[in-house]
Design a protein around this ligand. Structure first.
Ligand code: MRU
Length: 364
């Protein structure tokens, strides 16, 4: 994607092919800054502190984190320890475990002298595959937007999205936003309702930043506005991402997704979830009971960051001193509220048979 006329992925290597660079998403939308990751600890901190976030990008950063670790010490003990450190950074998105498992398996087959180079190569493959997956998700999802446009000619298709499942959450293109970008480029008129997504405001800061950069018409809305818009026919379809999808089609995504799915169900608004296959946890069948939900610090709820009139960045407190707060980062939307899953292999029902029809090689 282009920022100020320059093409970016969200993660890339130095010219030396060793050090890793990422966009600092904690500074967006007001500052575009990049951060260099020199070692395992930097990679783990980048994921934990949400310098990088979004399930696919967390996975790729984890993969490069193992490569950085292997560069410092390729021995079995160091590798196991690095794997544990990275896996513990964020518990909900399964892409992290998937990517770490993939790199670790490749390394354990090799001699220690080959491991660092192998790890970088595998991490690079995971990154490239993510770009291809997201582009394919975009094509499949754009067909849904095009069909909505044909049903309502003469006006833009109104898409509602929650959190940021755009290119910043992946290596490029995004999942939920890839269909929007592909539809726009194909000349389909689109307008996006952007849920602000408290407490960290990934919608208001990151999705809005992306859509603005790409010239996509959009409006940021308060999180609680979606139901009202749906009741008044102002949402043609909702598309969101997912951090973990059960083999039965339950989806775990940013907190608040479930409420949007309920409102969509009540109003007959199609509710799609876009995902790469790496987001499916084939071991799980009941998302509500089985997916670990990350609880983050209360400060993300009690405080809010933004830009001051003088251009400086600041954080202010919105709750009274002394009020406790809780901060669950994700919720689970049961498959029965999901109209369809948009994957790199096509669109399927949110069900065990739907997923098995597209992924017979993985469904077991
Ligand atoms: O806490 P975050 O910002 O990492 O949460 C991100 C989301 O919930 C995304 O919707 C999800 O990772 C899918 S990203 C393509």
């Amino acid at each position: 994607m282009r920022i100020d006329g320059r093409d970016y992925r969200t993660i890339w290597l130095d010219a030396d092919g060793r050090r890793v660079h990422v966009i600092d998403q904690t500074r967006l939308p007001h500052r575009f800054e990049t951060v260099r990751l020199d070692g395992l600890d930097d990679a783990a901190r980048a994921i934990r502190d949400m310098i990088v976030r979004g399930a696919p990008l967390i996975g790729v950063t984890g993969a490069y984190g193992l490569a950085l670790a292997a560069g410092a010490d390729p021995g079995d003990a160091a590798l196991e320890s690095a794997y544990g450190t990275l896996l513990a950074t964020r518990p909900t998105a399964v892409n992290l475990r998937w990517a770490l498992d993939r790199v670790k398996a490749a390394l354990l087959r090799a001699s220690t002298s080959e491991r660092a180079a192998l790890a970088y190569a595998e991490a690079g493959r995971i990154a490239d595959e993510d770009v291809a997956c997201c582009a394919a998700i975009g094509e499949h999802g754009a067909a849904l937007i095009r069909a909505a446009a044909e049903r309502s000619p003469g006006r833009p298709v109104n898409v509602l999205t929650h959190c940021n499942a755009g290119w910043l959450a992946t290596v490029d293109w995004g999942t939920a936003l890839a269909p929007v970008y592909k539809a726009m480029r194909a000349g389909v008129p689109v307008h996006v309702w952007v849920d602000e997504t408290r407490p960290r405001n990934q919608g208001a800061s990151l999705t809005a930043f992306e859509l603005l950069s790409e010239g996509v018409p959009h409006s940021v809305i308060a999180d609680n506005a979606g139901g009202h818009l749906m009741q008044h026919g102002l949402v043609d379809l909702a598309i969101v991402g997912t951090d973990r999808t059960t083999r039965t089609g339950d989806v775990c995504n940013k907190i608040g997704t479930y409420l949007k799915a309920l409102a969509a169900h009540d109003n007959g608004v199609p509710f799609y979830v876009a995902l790469p296959g790496s987001t499916i946890d084939w071991r799980l069948s009941d998302g509500v009971a089985e997916i670990p939900i990350e609880e983050r610090g209360a400060r993300e709820v009690t405080h809010i960051g933004g830009r001051l009139p003088d251009g400086g960045l600041a954080e202010v407190q919105v709750t009274p001193e002394g009020s406790p707060a809780r901060n669950w980062a994700f919720d689970v939307t049961p498959a029965r509220f999901v109209t369809g899953l948009v994957t790199e292999r096509g669109v399927c029902a949110a069900s065990a048979s739907g997923l098995a029809s597209l992924f017979p090689d993985l469904a077991g």
